[in-house]
Design a protein around this ligand. Structure first.
Ligand code: AQP
Length: 332
């Protein structure tokens, strides 16, 4: 059976979006929306798999919506919505959970990392996170999912779960979604430690460039970014993780090949390279932060856009859920 091509991806409203989210995910989504119908979720149900402050979570969902629009997601073309506002996600997660053997979940490395040594204290929600992720994608019969390396294992599980559901139903109801592993800037690292991913939850704000940072903050953060004692600037992930990360950021922001950028800065010192990088980042990010500020002064308009996204997403999920419930033997 062939399924209509459709992209689904999402971002958790767990803090300020940063340069890693932008270069590793959102910038590619902006390109992709012209090739396939696309749905982008603000994944607040995933966010609560670890403790959240309720008031901050709601504010963050709105801020994340503003960031996606400011980065170039076109809401007249693509759908932006908040996950918890469409009930299909929770309903389908339950049904799919009943087709997911515990052995499959026990293999998930992200749970092991996030739960750490306190496994017995981790929530059922954190354990079932990959089942909810499968439901997110399959509620829309999405065929393509842009994912970072870290989410590849979860997407493989989503394919296994879709297969298990189809076998039980005796029909090819759900597609097996394809991962779209994103190129070059797949992993932007912390400015304080080139071996750690740039992350919203890092305690140091100096580890990341937030999309809301102004020109002074961007310049100060790059200036303070960790460097090394080697002469010149060159790319070598093993021995020069910080220089390599900064080169990768430059290349991704400039849309230029990494080799061209490293040739251009081969004989520079860190100080002049960092200052060129800060100028480039300010030029690329200031229109985004300016647009975000404009959007955030009108929360009613943002809420209206999110309500429209919710309705459009729910309208796509409704017939899919009807088909899944019928195949399950639910009374519909
Ligand atoms: N450093 C990164 N480099 C490249 N891509 C990244 N992404 C996140 N960090 C980087 C990609 O952004 C998308 C949305 O991510 P998310 O917010 O849903 O989750 P995350 O990966 O857990 O992001 P954080 O910043 O690390 O959040 P916290 O600190 O809350 O866990 C995804 O496509 C992700 O790959």
């Amino acid at each position: 059976m062939s399924f209509t091509p459709r992209v689904f991806s999402g971002v958790q409203p767990t803090g300020n979006l940063h340069l890693g989210n932008y270069l590793g995910a959102i910038k590619q989504w902006v390109r992709m929306q012209h090739d396939m119908p696309s749905i982008y979720g603000i994944m607040d149900m995933h966010a609560i798999t670890v403790p959240q402050n309720a008031a901050e979570l709601a504010a963050c969902s709105r801020q994340t919506a503003a960031a996606l629009i400011a980065c170039g997601i076109d809401v007249s073309k693509s759908i932006i919505f908040v996950q918890s506002s469409v009930s299909a996600h929770a309903e389908l997660a339950w049904i799919l959970g009943c087709h997911t053997p515990l052995g499959w979940l026990n293999r998930m490395t992200q749970f092991k990392e996030k739960a750490g040594k306190q496994k017995d204290m981790a929530s059922l929600g954190l354990y079932g996170y990959p089942v909810l992720m499968a439901a997110d994608v399959l509620a829309y019969k999405a065929t393509h999912v842009p994912v970072g390396e870290d989410q590849k294992q979860h997407l493989e599980l989503a394919r296994d779960i879709a297969g298990a559901f189809n076998r039980a139903a005796g029909a090819e109801i759900l597609p097996l979604p394809e991962p779209m592993i994103l190129p070059t800037a797949a992993r932007i690292m912390s400015l304080r430690d080139g071996t750690k991913k740039m992350s919203k939850s890092d305690a140091s704000d100096y580890s990341r460039i937030n999309l809301t940072d102004d020109a002074d903050a961007i310049a100060a953060k790059f200036k303070k970014a960790k460097s090394d004692m080697v002469e010149g600037i060159s790319y070598d992930e093993e021995s020069r993780p910080e220089a390599s990360n900064l080169l990768q950021i430059y290349a991704a922001l400039a849309d230029e090949p990494l080799a061209k950028v490293s040739d251009a800065f081969a004989s520079s010192n860190f100080s002049s390279f960092k200052s060129a990088l800060a100028d480039l980042a300010v030029a690329k990010l200031s229109p985004i932060s300016a647009r975000m500020r404009e959007l955030l002064v009108d929360p009613d308009e943002l809420d209206r856009l999110l309500a429209s996204g919710r309705d459009r997403a729910a309208a796509i999920a409704a017939p899919v859920m009807r088909e899944i419930k019928q195949a399950t033997g639910f009374f519909v």
